[in-house]
Write a protein that binds this ligand. Sequence first.
Ligand SMILES: NC(=O)c1ccc[n+]([C@@H]2O[C@H](COP(=O)([O-])OP(=O)(O)OC[C@H]3O[C@@H](n4cnc5c(N)ncnc54)[C@H](OP(=O)(O)O)[C@@H]3O)[C@@H](O)[C@H]2O)c1
Length: 289
Amino acid sequence: MSQAALSGKNYVVTGANSGIGLFSARRFAQLGANVALVCRNEQRGREAVAQIIATTGNENISLYLADFSSLASVSLMADNLLRDIPKIDVLCNNAGGANGSRMVTKEGFETTFVSNHLSSFLLTKKLLPAILNGAGEDLARIVFTSSYGHFNSALDFDDLGLKEGYSTLKAYGRSKLMNLLTARELQLRLVGDNVVASSFHPGAVRTPIWKKGGALARLLGLILYPFMKSVVEGSSTLIWLASSEDRASKGPEGHYFYEGKRAETAKFATDADAKRLWQISEELIAPYY
Ligand SMILES: NC(=O)c1ccc[n+]([C@@H]2O[C@H](COP(=O)([O-])OP(=O)(O)OC[C@H]3O[C@@H](n4cnc5c(N)ncnc54)[C@H](OP(=O)(O)O)[C@@H]3O)[C@@H](O)[C@H]2O)c1
């Protein structure tokens, strides 16, 4: 792609101060996009903005703050984004992590469920008018960073917050299943609009995530470390889905990708569950919308 290929386009990347989000945001900036970084920590966010400007020379990099464990925080940040950026071309729902033990937020949600799924669901819903503004002749895109971890287990709609049988991998895996299902249902709802929603697995990637998710994540990180992909490799499918001029990245819509190709999903990742999850998520975010 030419250096100015994304010139004039507005990109929003969540979890943009570290790992896959930071690398991808830098690449979009390098290609000329205006990039809004969504981060939870102001200091880390400012450092990411400074680093991207210094390494790309693109000064159109802005910072928005939100803690994804709080729907109120995400809602406020989304209002600020909408005020500043009425036309959004690409939204990368990338923020995410794992939690070593079951915790419940002040708003009453299990932390992984709200941080990895409900918040990106709320953000997407709130930004949709601006994304549809971006979907004129050009394609607008919404990409969710999911994971192979979604194969862990099917959703239990009677216990989405895992009051029973919590484990780090189960909570994480189900939240990543929710990302994949949200992309699929979103695509169905956007039929006829020039918007593509997709999700992907980055691979096991050498990023700080493995040090943040409790003892099990740290142990798994240590074991897998020699076999992990670099951040460059792990970001490639996101960058492709979010910026390629190759029409292959447009279709098949609503699908899940790995290494630049459509990939199999778990058998229990059904359209019926996608629809049901969407309806429940809409009810849960309604007070914060
Ligand atoms: N690395 C892998 O092997 C792998 C594999 C499959 C899927 N993924 C997915 O890839 C995405 C990016 O992860 P990464 O590997 O690049 O890890 P990372 O370097 O830890 O980046 C995760 C980003 O999400 C942000 N984040 C986490 N919880 C948040 C919260 N409550 N509120 C706001 N921001 C929050 C982090 O902010 P802080 O810096 O403040 O923590 C960070 O910016 C995640 O969705 C992850 O689930 C990663």
